[in-house]
Every structure is written in structure tokens, then in C-alpha cells.
Design a protein around this ligand. Structure first.
Ligand code: NAD
Length: 471
């Protein structure tokens, strides 16, 4: 990397650019920008062959202006203090943008997860959780982790089980982590929430006809050609939902290469192929290239980077052909690349808005854990009864009977998944228009990322202001 700016430098530079457009006290801006606490620790783990290895881990809590703090846990060899601090800062701004009442945090363990057996990963995850408990870096009112790169519901289950083993007498103990399996206090719709949110955000952006006209595109998602980098939790679900909305997935990439098919790939068939063979190679009817970066430069309307940070750089940005870059991953576009895309008139939907679906549904899961009741449990049958009676009145007044299909369409009460998806859709639509209107207010030349930062800074500043701090 040489003297290239670090991920945290990049996030802070974007913050500073936006901060200059606000009128807040410089000391307040510094308070908002700085990482409040960061904890680095090491612990030993016994490998299956009997050897001992020292594991290096972090948890950063960027802002305590709201509690608990919230943010995923990442397992990757790239994890370091700078990365978790950058990701924790993005979480603070992300939560503000989608009006989720948390401060930002992030954790990471520096391991290549695929090099460890499930039993080893369990020992590492449980020990990491013990360390967080001892340091007061986890708890339903303190700091609540979630899945991120290299982790999933399985790791969240180990965290929840370890926490409840130690703090089982805490009534709300299960709210110590989100992204759990449904059987262990998780919520339906969380696993696919980030990818679904990416789709809602893109759908909303593409619905604004004048913005699409400026990009030379027709309004609507239908027919838009999409490339997705990284088919993990975020990318795979985003690709599926975008296809369901009529977009055509013309290319994808994974760490071992890129796959292209201008007529469109069948995403479900491709995911099944990859699950069975562990590679993109050999998928019928598509062209495979052993270069994972090739997909980024594929001819398309929308590029969804959904792997890791620093993927779109000054080196490849001039060759990108997408008109919209939809940041599923955190920090996929470097500052230099961002400026190049701006100059090319590309619309960048920023990470801290576009991938906020995960933390939004994590918030719903946390609320479920605190309320100890599944969403929809109280009202589903009540609403079905009420709408049923209403239909009866309509039938009486009109003298006509409604069909069974019509009756079901009107009377089916909301279950947990329907309510979660509805809350997520509302959040992504509302937040998009908030940042778009901020951009219009700020005037020409301001991009959506800067507008999103300004929106987040204003909201956090208002909290300090309401306490009489930095009025
Ligand atoms: P994941 O581990 O489920 O998936 C990441 C995928 O990217 C893996 O399949 C990996 O093989 C692939 N990959 C790695 N390097 C690649 C490369 N060079 N080219 C192509 N593919 C590559 O992780 P995830 O949870 O989907 O997270 C991906 C990104 O989204 C991260 O930046 C993460 O911080 C962000 N994010 C995740 C969530 C969430 O809910 N999981 C929420 C918000 C943001």
C-alpha cells in the first residue's frame, strides 16, 4: 500500500469534506469524528492437531452518543485496528442515516476463516466473546455485534450461547447479538436483509426519472444490466432480489474469477452450481475468466461491489462502464476513484446508506429480543377478524359475495417476515429521499456520499445540541 491513505483516512476525508458544508462547532465535529474506544487483545486457541496459536482481535466503539453501540464482527486476514475503526465510524453514520438508535461499532478477528475447522472457529468465537464480556464490550444495552465478512448466523449463535451462559440471569441477554438463527431469538428476514435493502435502495434511486435521464438510463429496475462482485451474504441476496425485480445479472465475480453472460445469468442456478462445486467455473452458457477484477469492468448499467473495501481504485475506475455504482460492501470505492466516477457522471449510492438494511433488521431483532414477543403475534388474527367483518359489511351493502382469493388478499394478517420487510422497505425509501433532498439543498457538485455524511452529522449534532453541549 506504501503511503496510500488508509481506510480510516478515507472515511475521515469524506467526513471532513461533508463537515465543511455544515456550520457546526469544529470541536463538536471532532467529537463526532473520533473513535471513542478501541480495544485490541490476543488470546490462545488450541488447533485440532494440538498446537497452540495466538489469535489477534479487536472491537472498536466509535460513538457512544446512543447506546448500545452496534456493528458486525469480521473474520479476515485484512483485519487491523485501522479497518475496525473505519468500519465502526461508518456504522455510526449509517445508523444515523436510517434512523436506527445505535452508536457505531465493529469487531474483527485476524484469521482466514476457511483455514479453520468448525470446532476451531467455535473455540475462537467463544473465547472472543468471553474477552468482550470481561471488558464490558458486549451486552444488550452496551454493544451488540452482528455478522459481517466471514461470519454468519452460526457464529452469532456461539456468541449468544456464550453470553447467556455467563449472564443468563439478565432478562434481555439474547439481545446481546443480532443475526442469530431464528431458533435462538433471531428474526425472519435478517439473513437476506442487507441484500434486500440494496435492492430497495436501487429500486428507489432508479424510480426517479430525472436522475435516470441525467445518467442516460430509463427509469425503473426492469431490464437494467447488473454486475455483482462477491457472492456472499450481501452479494448473493442482492443478485437474487435484483433479478426478481426484472434486472438482468450479466456478470458476477468471486475470489477465484469472474463470470459473464450478456443475456443474463440464472442467479439461483448459479448459486446452486457454486454451492455444489465451490467455484464459478464450469457454469453452462457463461464465460469464465480467472481474474476476479475483470467483472468490475464488464459492460453494465449497475455495478454492485459486495466483497471488501478498496476494490474500485484510481487504477480501474477510468475503465468502469457502469452508470451506477451501488456499494453493497463497506468502503469499496477509494477517495481517488470516487472523484474519477464523479467526473464521469456516475451515480454512486454510498455504502452507509445502501447496505444499511442489515443494521435496520438487526434493530428489529433487538426490539424483538427486548419485547420477548414475535412481531405479528398479537395482531395477526385480530386484523384478520376485523377485515373479515369489514368484508361481510361490504358484501351486505353491495349484495355481492367476494371470491375466496379476494377475501384472502384483503384479510391475511401480517406475520413477522411481512412486517420486517415492510419496515425495511419503509426505512430504505425514507432514507433515500432524505439524502437525495440533502444533496439538492446543498447544490450542484455535491454527491450522494457527501449528502449522506451531512445528513448523519446534522442528526448527531442535534443530539449533542439538545443536551446543551456545543450549542
Ligand atoms: P461474506 O463473507 O458473506 O461474503 C463476501 C464474499 O466476497 C465471499 O463469498 C468472498 O469469497 C467474496 N470475495 C472476497 N474477495 C473477493 C474478490 N476480490 N472478488 C470477488 N469476490 C470476493 O461477507 P458479507 O457479509 O457479504 O460482506 C461483504 C461486504 O458487505 C463487507 O464489506 C461487509 O462489511 C459489508 N456488509 C455486510 C453486511 C451483512 O449484513 N453481512 C451488512 C452491511 C455491509
Amino acid at each position: 500500500m506504501g503511503n496510500a491513505p488508509s481506510f480510516l483516512d478515507e472515511v475521515n476525508a469524506a467526513f471532513d469534506r461533508a463537515a465543511r458544508l455544515t456550520k457546526h462547532d469544529p470541536h463538536l465535529l471532532r467529537q463526532i469524528r473520533e473513535t471513542n474506544t478501541v480495544c485490541r487483545f490476543t488470546f490462545p486457541v488450541r488447533r485440532d492437531d494440538g498446537s497452540i496459536e495466538t489469535i489477534e482481535a479487536w472491537r472498536a466503539e466509535h460513538s457512544h452518543h446512543k447506546l448500545p453501540t452496534k456493528g458486525g464482527i469480521r473474520y479476515s486476514l485484512m483485519v487491523n485496528a485501522d479497518e475496525v475503526m473505519a468500519l465502526a465510524a461508518l456504522m455510526t453514520y449509517k445508523c444515523a442515516i436510517v434512523n436506527v438508535p445505535f452508536g457505531g461499532a465493529k469487531g474483527g478477528i485476524r484469521i482466514a476463516a476457511h483455514q479453520y475447522s468448525p470446532a476451531e472457529l467455535e473455540r475462537i468465537t467463544r473465547r472472543y466473546t468471553f474477552e468482550l464480556i470481561r471488558k464490558n464490550f458486549i451486552g444488550p444495552g452496551v454493544d451488540v455485534p452482528a455478522p459481517d465478512y466471514g461470519t454468519s448466523a452460526r457464529e452469532m449463535a456461539w456468541i449468544a450461547d456464550t453470553y447467556t451462559a455467563v449472564r443468563g440471569d439478565e432478562l434481555d441477554a439474547l439481545g446481546c447479538v443480532t443475526g442469530k438463527p431464528v431458533a435462538l431469538g433471531g428474526i425472519r428476514g435478517r439473513a437476506e436483509a442487507t441484500g434486500r435493502g440494496v435492492m430497495y435502495g436501487l429500486r428507489e434511486a432508479c424510480a426517479v426519472a430525472e436522475d435516470m435521464r441525467a445518467l442516460g438510463l430509463a427509469p425503473g429496475l426492469a431490464g437494467k444490466r447488473v454486475v455483482v462482485q462477491g457472492l456472499g451474504n450481501v452479494g448473493a441476496h442482492a443478485a437474487r432480489f435484483l433479478q426478481q425485480e426484472g434486472a438482468v445479472v450479466v456478470g458476477v465475480s468471486e475470489y477465484d474469477g469472474s463470470l459473464a453472460r450478456p443475456d443474463g445469468l440464472d442467479v439461483d442456478a448459479l448459486l446452486a452450481h457454486r454451492a455444489a462445486t465451490r467455484t464459478l467455473q464450469g457454469f453452462p452458457g457463461a464465460t469464465f475468466t480467472a481474474d476476479p477484477r475483470a467483472a468490475l469492468e464488464e459492460d453494465c448499467d449497475i455495478l454492485v461491489p459486495a466483497a471488501l473495501e478498496g476494490q474500485i481504485t484510481a487504477e480501474n475506475a477510468p475503465r468502469l462502464r457502469a452508470r451506477i455504482v451501488a456499494e453493497g460492501a463497506n468502503g469499496p470505492t477509494t477517495t481517488e476513484a470516487d472523484a474519477i466516477l464523479q467526473a464521469k457522471g456516475v451515480m454512486v449510492l454510498p455504502d452507509m446508506y445502501l447496505n444499511a438494511g442489515g443494521v435496520t433488521v438487526s434493530y428489529f431483532e433487538w426490539l424483538k429480543n427486548l419485547s420477548h414477543v414475535r412481531f405479528g403475534r398479537m395482531e395477526k388474527r385480530f386484523e384478520e377478524g376485523a377485515f373479515g367483518r369489514l368484508i361481510g359489511v361490504v358484501e351486505q351493502l353491495t349484495g355481492r359475495s367476494v371470491s375466496q382469493a379476494e377475501r384472502l388478499a384483503v384479510t391475511t394478517g401480517p406475520d413477522e417476515l411481512a412486517l420486517v420487510n415492510s419496515g425495511l422497505e419503509e426505512t430504505m425509501i425514507g432514507a433515500y429521499h432524505e439524502i437525495r433532498e440533502t444533496r439538492l439543498r446543498l447544490g450542484d457538485g455535491v454527491d450522494l456520499r457527501t449528502a449522506a455524511f451531512v445528513s448523519a452529522i446534522d442528526k448527531i449534532a442535534a443530539i449533542y445540541g439538545s443536551m446543551g453541549i456545543f450549542p
